[in-house]
Ligand binder design. Sequence first.
Ligand code: SF4
Length: 83
Amino acid sequence: MSGVTVMRYEKKVKPKCPYCVTCPVFECFRIESTRNVFINLYCWGNFHKCERMQARGRGEAVPDNLLPNGFIFPTRKATIGNL
Ligand code: SF4
């Protein structure tokens, strides 16, 4: 025994929201870094906290400009979509 402890690094893969590819809310963001903040906060790993997902779970119509934090994006014309 050398006395050296080797720790194994395991990268955790965050589960992604099933709507990541088609979610219309991403069209609200022109600045990529802003979009990435929401992706990191909600879409990758925490999508159960997303207001869009919660509204969908309640059977409510989800406006395209409903942000994951529950705010309405102000300048986009509101439309109702599936998600
Ligand atoms: S914003 Fe919400 S519904 Fe859209 S991809 Fe992200 S977690 Fe899913």
